[in-house]
Design a protein around this ligand. Structure first.
Ligand SMILES: Cc1ncc(COP(=O)(O)O)c(C=O)c1O
Length: 390
């Protein structure tokens, strides 16, 4: 590892806050009972889970009966989509899923499986070039046959924020459940479910300085969901399995700190994000910002850079000591452009040159300045290599 390794990939995951770790530790070896057990050990574990549920409910602005702990953000999305799709089909014969093409794979692939194996149909919402869905578009595509609508709160690849309160209002007017994937948004945007007006909202703790392997789903009271992890009656019967007490405690503490420190963190990160955006656009020829210029996550800068292979650039930056990300996935040596960037209308050759730089609450301005010095020559080298290739 180079001497200074700077992490600029907070949209992928974040380090566990030491205060969160401290809150979790006693629950590995001291409060180790099974929350479902009757004895004192069980009662202590159950008390820890229920205290965490109260904390999460107070940040979400909902009642404790509306918070379900899960194993990750993806699982929360799965439970929302699958759970509502099957329940709504049973209840009112609605068998259509209405989603945007720029959802995270946790939603996209779940919808596709419901279509391919379970007889549901997918209707696609048109997005603007920044990846946002307009309330008018949702109104046009909603129908009584829509079982569930799912629209991401803030996009993980391009950082654009959707107008969730207006979108959710369209669904409420039509009596259709609305799910938002807030896995990326929760680290920076308010997640008050009353103000958002949603029926379902997914969280994943590792995006907001909590541990990996734990998530939560808000489920509005009265909304029927068919559980798909069946067994015991944990989590109000919606997610069987002995609860992971330390991780649940960690999620709640991380969410509490995030909500408490949100404005201070965002103010710090916005300055760094804007510096990255202006620095890259000034210093790297043929670089273009992706995502909305203003309605974007405070920590999120994303670009496409012409004539550059995104994965080659990531490796070059890594060698210089900078960890960033690209939307393109390398499948058996052949890079493939991100499905999300293609859905925004970018040509494949441009989409292959994507770069995502996401700062965190502890990123330092001097790291950003050094990054801006290192990036242009790295881009230059990759472009030169690409032109000498036979
Ligand atoms: C928008 C969005 N949804 C869902 C997920 C999946 O979350 P997890 O990794 O906790 O399963 C991610 C993770 O990158 C995400 O960014």
């Amino acid at each position: 590892m180079p001497v200074s390794h700077v992490y600029l990939d907070h949209a992928a995951t974040t380090p566990v806050d030491p205060r969160v770790l401290a809150a979790m530790l006693p629950h590995f070896s001291q409060t180790y009972g099974n929350p479902s057990s009757v004895h004192t050990f069980g009662q202590q574990a159950d008390a820890a889970v229920e205290a965490a549920r109260r904390t999460a409910a107070s940040v979400l602005g909902c009642s404790v009966s509306e918070v379900i702990f899960t194993g990750c953000g993806s699982e929360s999305d799965n439970l929302a989509l699958r759970g509502a799709a099957f329940a709504e089909r049973e209840r009112r014969a609605a068998d259509r899923l209405l989603i945007s093409p720029v959802e995270h794979a946790a939603v996209l692939q779940t919808a596709r499986q419901l279509q391919q194996h379970h007889g549901f149909h997918i209707d696609w919402l048109r997005v603007d070039p920044h990846g946002r869905v307009a309330p008018d578009e949702l109104r046009r595509k909603l129908s009584r046959e829509t079982a569930i609508v799912s629209i991401v709160y803030a996009n993980n690849e391009v950082g654009s924020i959707n107008p969730i309160p207006a979108l959710a209002a369209e669904c409420r007017a039509m009596g259709v459940p609305f799910h938002t994937d807030a896995v990326q948004a929760a680290s920076q945007l308010p997640v008050d479910v009353q103000r958002l007006g949603v029926h379902l909202l997914a969280l994943g703790a590792h995006k907001f300085y909590g541990p990996k392997g734990v998530g939560a789903l808000y489920v509005k009271d009265g909304l029927a969901l068919l559980p798909w992890l069946t067994g015991g009656s944990q989590e109000h019967g919606l997610r069987a399995g002995t609860q992971n007490v330390p991780l649940i405690v960690g999620l709640a503490e991380a969410l509490r700190l995030t909500s408490l420190e949100r404005s201070e963190r965002n103010a710090h990160m916005t300055v760094l994000r804007d510096r990255i955006i202006s620095g890259v656009l000034e210093r790297v020829p043929d670089a273009k910002l992706t995502g909305h210029p203003a309605e974007r996550l405070p920590n999120h800068a994303s670009f496409v850079i012409r004539g550059v292979d995104g994965n080659a650039l990531l490796s070059a930056l890594d060698l210089e000591g900078y960890a960033c990300s690209s939307g393109s996935a390398c499948k058996s040596g052949a890079p493939e452009p991100s499905e999300i960037l293609l859905a925004l209308g970018l040509p494949p050759e441009l989409a292959l040159g994507s770069l995502r730089v996401t700062v965190g609450k502890d990123t330092r301005p001097e790291d950003v300045e050094r990054f801006l010095d290192v990036l242009p020559p790295a881009v230059d080298r990759i472009r030169r290599m690409a032109t000498v290739r036979p």
